[in-house]
Design a protein around this ligand. Sequence first.
Ligand SMILES: Cc1ncc(C[n+]2csc(CCOP(=O)(O)OP(=O)(O)O)c2C)c(N)n1
Length: 567
Amino acid sequence: MTRIAGHLLVECLIVQGVTHAFGVPGESYLAVLDGFHAHADRIRFITNRQEGGAAFMAEAHGKLSGRPGVCFVTRGPGATNASIGLHTAFQDSTPMVLFVGDVASEARDREAFQEVDYAAFFGPSTKGMAKRVERIDDARRIPEYVARAFTTAMNGRPGPVVLVLPEDMLTQAVDAEPLPRVEPVQAWSDPGALRELRTLLLASERPLVVAGGGGWTPQSAAALQRFAENWQLPVANAFRFQDTFDNHHALYAGDVGLGINPALARRVRESDLLIALGPRLGEATTGGYTLVEAPVPAQKLVHIHASAEELGRVYQPTLAIHATMNAAARSLEVLTAPPSVPWSAWAQACHADYLANIEVANGGITLPGTIDMPAIIHTLQRHLPADAVLTNGAGNFASWLHRFFRHHGLAKGHKTQLAPTNGAMGYGVPAGIGAAIVSGRTAFTIAGDGDFLMNGQELATATQYGAKSIVLLLNNGSFGTIRMHQEREYPAHVSGSGLANPDFCALARAYGYAAERVTHTAEFEPALQRALAAPVGTVIEVLLDVDVITTRGTLSAIRQAAQRAAM
Ligand SMILES: Cc1ncc(C[n+]2csc(CCOP(=O)(O)OP(=O)(O)O)c2C)c(N)n1
């Protein structure tokens, strides 16, 4: 069948199972937009308002589905706007494919209108923004390039791939056919390594599993749970992968990330065998490479990862296992456990530490003002359905959710946390809307006033497509996280971190959202109930005293401590 290349490209996406593509249109890829028009019954092009929002929605779709999220942008200005989503997909190990409409071949290398060198700009590198960057010059090879992009995005450590599409290539007549759907390849550990792991476990007294990273499925999470139960192993989740292991399980130990429970930090230090199952062992998951000492950890370390490049990259593990999560978890669940283990009390204590950290009465937090943030998160927990998707960007506001919210775990069937491990502000709003569009599940976003405005324009996208998200906007009139660091390093010198904000409720209504303003804790529950029942999305603005800056202490306490230290 002969048709233009832009149509063939869309057919290839349909074969790969893509149901939604996010993007901002550009004159550089009109032929692809025409392909979406031709196949509108099988694939939806979602028009975003800024490429940052589009790339975040695609990344969120990749996280939710485990298959590459797809984003389309135009050349220089569009591609550079989208780069934040690629960086997030790279650091979060999320499969994603970014298509960039490019200048026509005849104008290439003249620094034509909006021309950018994508290979130079996006990497590829092992700490870049893309696993692979390729340009399709021959329309007949579109099926090959698309199949390779999807394979690369999913295989090993998942991540983003960029495909560049010269404008003139997209209008060529072509009679090639799509290649079949590709599936990620499983990498299995060798049986010898598993025997060695068993020997290490049998010699251990205080083992701890840290689970997370990309590539998990409900099946692998269920296998992890059976492994933990067979061996009575305490399991912590890695930074912003808090839905990997069920937070309600008696073996759950909490999350290892920024704002870690100090009691869990002690447990990590005291453990004699750390099994890192899937996480990359990056800065946030290792307490800045000090909680777990780099490059040689104090305890025995078993690192299991889908990418050979990550094994031994920073840490010298006692045992490195190169395996994808499905394969690893399925091997571990059949590892024969002894009738009893010597660490039962240790495992129980790990879970008790976790519970003590989330029970408000025991948290020992005295908050200034009229808003009780732990109580608000507990209210949220009572009302949200178990499969609700929770999203956030970057800022201290997220720490309330991270500390007090309990995820039901991927083994129950759903990924419920979408949060950027690279600390990208502006992620939460589009991720929530993207999740609502592709899954129809309840999407709940927590945002700061600074974070919200980085992609608040995507509320227009939600309204355009009849998608509904609920946004809890914590308005403290400040880039509060930066203010906190300032008070620590330069006490009482507030510089560049203050914000004069718009009327967020009026802004939300202008976009077609409902709006609620909460000034006292008791107002939150009825506002949330109205938001859950409303046919459209809602922004619930909570006015928060800037002094309420962390879950463990106030801004004034941080300033006073810094001033005392300087004396
Ligand atoms: C895209 C991006 N720009 C800048 C930063 C640096 N940064 C981290 S947190 C933060 C402030 C967040 O402010 P807000 O959303 O109001 O939340 P708060 O810290 O007050 O809770 C900034 C500027 C970042 N992480 N990401």
